[in-house]
Design a protein around this ligand. Sequence first.
Ligand code: NAD
Length: 332
Amino acid sequence: MKLLITGMAGFIGHAVAKRLSGQGHEIAGIDNLNDYYDVALKQARLDDLAPCEDITFIKLDLADRAGMEALFAERRFDRVIHLAAQAGVRYSLENPHVYANANLLGFLNVLEGCRQQQVEHLVYASSSSVYGMNDKVPFATSDNVDQPISLYAATKKANELMAHTYAHLYRLPATGLRFFTVYGPWGRPDMAMFKFTRAILEGKPLDVYNHGDMSRDFTYIDDIVEGVVRILEVIPAAPESDTAEPAAATAPYALYNIGHGSPVGLMDFVHAVEAATGREANCNYLPMQPGDVPRTWADTQALYEVTGYQPTIKVEEGVRRFVDWYRDYYSV
Ligand code: NAD
């Protein structure tokens, strides 16, 4: 297959590209290599992919309409895995326009390219943050309980609506994946796993929000990648409609959670990092941050039903693998 992976220099994009390489596909990846976090880490991920002869990288901004049109005009893609986005809840409070450009305008450019080429399947990243303040657990897409409380989450919910619209109007098969707090080797420096490990190894205090009274459904990167790769094969079909009316239900559209399915308390997560590093954390307890939610918890049943797959890697094991990678990467 000819595949496009957006956000290929990112945490998840790099891992998905690496997993799909060597399987007979022709893979093109794009990324704007922005400086939201350490650009050297993004470059190192691309360097890690450089030996893969079936992968081509193009530096391109999603919001560059002419550039995106040229990409889709010059190359043919069978399937598109859209992972590029401006991520992060807290950053969206200070930089709302970045989110509108990357996640709304950028997403529209991806949809338009997919529509024009009539790609077989668009698989795109959504987020557990769309559930927001929902307190019906575990979180299930079928419950329609979304209560996003950050602009980041709102753009992800908007992506789901935009993709549904294109599925409905243009028969573009589209699957949204709500990822739950992803962690592991090559992870993001703005996320808890990375920050906690760095602080503990450097003997510095680490910030613990809501005084540690939070839980997250931490999901190991390999589990996310496996879910993405399997879902790529599950092209949603539009159900047959028995009326002339184009009912919403006739869109070839699907939405799944990819999460471990077992929330972990923030302090338990800190203890796992302590165990993996062999050092004690010096916690700086802080109040809840605006836009943050107290807990996330994925219902994994729908993913299991269509792929036969459920994330498996437990947090102690995943944290140990991250810390091993961190020590090796930074030689500490
Ligand atoms: P990441 O920031 O590491 O990767 C995103 C990549 O997209 C980056 O390399 C960035 O340079 C690129 N990018 C951003 N804006 C761009 C633009 N305008 N044009 C081109 N490239 C652009 O993040 P990630 O953790 O790999 O996340 C991948 C996707 O998964 C994102 O859509 C994110 O919102 C979503 N997600 C991630 C998590 C998580 O825990 N990591 C959870 C839920 C959802």
